[in-house]
Design a protein around this ligand. Structure first.
Ligand code: UT7
Length: 317
């Protein structure tokens, strides 16, 4: 069996910044409430007509390809994790066109905020099987299109963005362990579902408290399982990159796992919850800052609607 390496990252966010104070003009909230309950200070929002999931994803992808030292022509597969595609029929092929990745087949996968981790494991199977050599995995979401801007319980959380990694086949397998889970019994806790009366998709609804409780128990469980499969102790992890949903969730998981706080990657203050984009967006920031180094052991976990959740342990490069 062949192995998997992650050899380059990239990210992209829209230009427009929306601060907590900007939100306080739309709904009854405050910078103080949002900061203490979530850790979020600002988020990026798409407001230009020519910017969307495809353009953000392509921009992040282009940077990841450059960082990996390959070209778009080298790509065999593009996996776009998104639950807010520009087109419900799929947006990955548009990304393929924008990148000029003529040889690559491209498809979307939808697993909400778990999309990046589900995509990572999906892509890894093609590499391990020897089917493909170079894969671009992108997480991209534009949740601002689907947020109810009069619901203060949800609109304060989300932001738009994209992050990408290039995965390559290798003799050595750097994906050390993973665990993926779903539980449809919690399907009603977080939705962006079709509404027969509206004849379109209704804005996001969420039971925040229940999603919070689910996250702080389910995430440590899958991380433990993935670490066990990776044959690694918690202390051997260099970085914990969780889906950037809420600083309190990051802190609770860190405390429960007994991971040193300095190993927890967090950039949600600047971007909010960018769904499938949040993990690669944070990864790319830490890689470009020189904090994450080749060989570092990274534990990552995505969680959210479905319910869906998962963890993966990998070494960078
Ligand atoms: O990718 C996964 C996506 N989802 C999540 O990660 C969500 C997980 N959940 C959370 O992050 C938190 O539950 C929230 C940040 C959404 C809410 O925090 P909370 O501590 O669970 O607050 P709460 O919903 O219990 O609300 C507490 C109070 C309520 O007022 P009362 O009933 O105590 O009078 C809310 O009406 O805060 C009120 N409230 C707000 N106040 C000011 C709710 N949203 C706001 C707001 N500004 N934006």
């Amino acid at each position: 069996m062949r192995g998997v390496r992650l050899i380059g990252s990239g990210s992209s966010v829209p230009d427009k910044v929306m601060t907590n104070d900007d939100l306080a003009e739309l709904v009854d909230t405050s910078d103080e409430w949002i900061t203490t309950r979530t850790g979020i200070k600002q988020r990026r929002i798409v407001d230009a007509p020519d910017v969307g999931v495809a353009t953000l994803a392509a921009d992040a992808g282009r940077k990841a390809i450059a960082a990996a030292g390959i070209t778009a022509q080298d790509l065999d597969l593009i996996v776009l994790a998104t639950s807010t595609p520009d087109d419900l029929f799929g947006t990955a092929a548009k990304v393929q066109e924008l990148l000029g990745a003529e040889r690559a087949v491209a498809f979307d996968i939808s697993a909400a905020c778990s999309g990046f981790v589900f995509g990572l494991v999906t892509a890894a199977q093609f590499l391990r099987a020897g089917t493909y050599q170079n894969i671009l995995l992108i997480g991209a979401d534009v949740l601002s299109r689907w947020v109810n801007w009069s619901d203060r319980g949800t609109c304060i959380l989300f932001g738009d963005g994209a992050g990408a990694v290039v995965m390559q086949d290798s003799e050595q397998d750097r994906l050390l362990g993973f665990e993926l889970r779903s539980d449809g019994r919690g399907n009603g806790l977080l939705n962006l579902s079709y509404d027969r009366d509206l004849q379109t998709y209704a804005p996001i609804t969420m039971n925040g408290k229940e999603v919070y409780k689910f996250a702080v128990t389910a995430v440590p469980e899958v991380l433990e399982k993935a670490l066990h499969r990776a044959n690694l102790q918690v202390a051997e992890i260099d970085w914990l990159i969780l889906h950037q949903a809420n600083q309190r969730i990051l802190d609770a998981v860190q405390a429960r796992m007994g991971i040193e706080p300095t190993k927890v990657v967090s950039n949600l203050a600047n971007y909010g919850n960018t769904s499938a984009a949040s993990i690669p967006l944070a990864l790319d920031e830490w890689v470009r800052a020189g904090k994450i180094k080749p060989g570092d052991a990274i534990a990552t976990s995505g969680f959210g609607a479905g319910l869906s959740w998962g963890a993966a342990i990998f070494r960078w490069h």
